[in-house]
Design a protein around this ligand. Structure first.
Ligand code: 4GN
Length: 254
C-alpha cells in the first residue's frame, strides 16, 4: 500500500493549482499512485454557522489561537480513514519549537503507512491538541513563518522522493547520498566552455576510475570547506582519508 499523507490546514488554497506537490517528481508520484496526498480543510470540522476555527487566548495578549475541537475532530476522522490501529501512522505538528527536520527524520517518515501533517497559523494551536492528538513536533529550520503550510510541503517533498520507485531508482541508491554525510560533487553539462570557464578535463577523459576519484575528492573538499560538522560524523574510508590529505596539502601549497 502506498504512503498516505493528509495535510490539515485552514488555508487549503495554498496547495491548489500547479505547485510543489503537483509538479515534477512529486506530481508524477501522485499520478502513478505511489503516494496519496490529501489536503483537508480544518474548517470542515467546525459546527457553527460561521465556521470559526480560532479564538482569543486565555490570559490575554495579541493574536488568535486555533480552537481545539475542530482540529482534534479532524485528526480523529483522518486517522480513522487511514486505518488507525492497523497502520503505522503519525500525527506531526509543524512548529519552530519542534525537533529539527533532517534526512534521518525524512527516512523515518517514509517508512510509515500514514503521515498526518498539522499546519498551525496565528499564535498556534491550543496546548491540549498537542497533549491529546499530536505524536511529534517538527521544525524545518530556525525561523518563523506565517503558517505551517510551507513546512508541510517541505516535509512532504523530502519524504515522497524517498519512496520506493519514485526516483525511478530500484530503492535506496539515492537515499544514501546524504546518509553518508558528504555533500554532492559539482556537476557540468554542455557546452565544454561557458563564458571562458571550461569543464574540468577529467570529466571529458572517459576514464571512469579517474572521474570517480575526482568526484569523491571534490565532494570531500566541499564538505570540509562548508560543513566540517558533517565530515566529523561521516564514515570515511582509508581512500577518503588519502584524498583529504591531498586536499590539505594542495591548500597549504596554495
Ligand atoms: C513551522 C511553523 C516555522 C516553522 C511556522 C518551522 C506557524 N513557522 N520552522 N509557523 O518549521 C506559530 C504557530 C508559528 C504556528 C506556527
Amino acid at each position: 500500500m502506498a504512503l498516505r499523507i493528509d495535510i490539515l490546514t485552514l488555508f487549503p488554497e495554498m496547495f491548489e493549482g500547479p505547485g510543489p506537490l503537483s509538479s515534477s517528481m512529486i506530481g508524477r508520484a501522485r499520478a502513478a499512485g505511489q503516494v496519496d496526498i490529501r489536503i483537508r480543510n480544518i474548517r470542515d470540522w467546525t459546527h457553527d454557522r460561521h465556521r470559526v476555527a480560532d479564538d482569543t487566548p486565555y490570559g490575554g495578549g495579541a493574536g488568535m489561537v486555533m480552537k481545539p475541537e475542530p482540529l482534534v475532530e479532524a485528526i480523529e476522522t483522518v486517522r480513522r480513514e487511514g486505518g488507525a490501529g492497523n497502520s503505522r501512522s503519525k500525527v506531526v505538528y509543524l512548529t519552530p519549537a519542534g525537533e529539527l527536520f533532517n534526512q534521518a527524520v525524512a527516512r523515518r517518515f517514509a517508512q510509515l503507512d500514514h503521515l498526518i501533517l498539522i499546519c498551525g497559523h496565528y499564535e498556534g494551536i491550543d496546548e491540549r491538541v498537542r497533549d491529546l492528538a499530536i505524536d511529534e513536533e517538527v521544525s524545518i529550520g530556525d525561523y518563523v513563518l506565517t503558517g505551517g503550510e510551507l513546512p508541510a510541503m517541505v516535509v512532504t517533498d523530502a519524504v515522497v522522493r524517498l519512496l520506493p520507485g519514485v526516483l525511478g531508482n530500484p530503492d535506496s541508491a539515492r537515499q544514501e547520498s546524504f546518509m553518508d554525510h558528504i555533500l554532492d560533487y559539482p556537476v557540468y553539462t554542455r557546452p565544454e566552455e561557458f563564458r571562458g570557464v571550461r569543464v574540468p578535463a577529467v570529466l571529458l577523459s572517459g576514464h571512469h576510475a579517474q572521474i570517480q576519484r575526482w568526484r569523491r575528492k571534490m565532494a570531500l573538499k566541499r564538505t570540509a570547506e562548508r560543513r566540517p560538522d558533517l565530515l566529523e560524523r561521516a564514515a570515511l574510508t582509508p581512500e577518503d582519508r588519502l584524498l583529504l590529505d591531498e586536499i590539505r596539502k594542495e591548500k597549504a601549497a596554495g
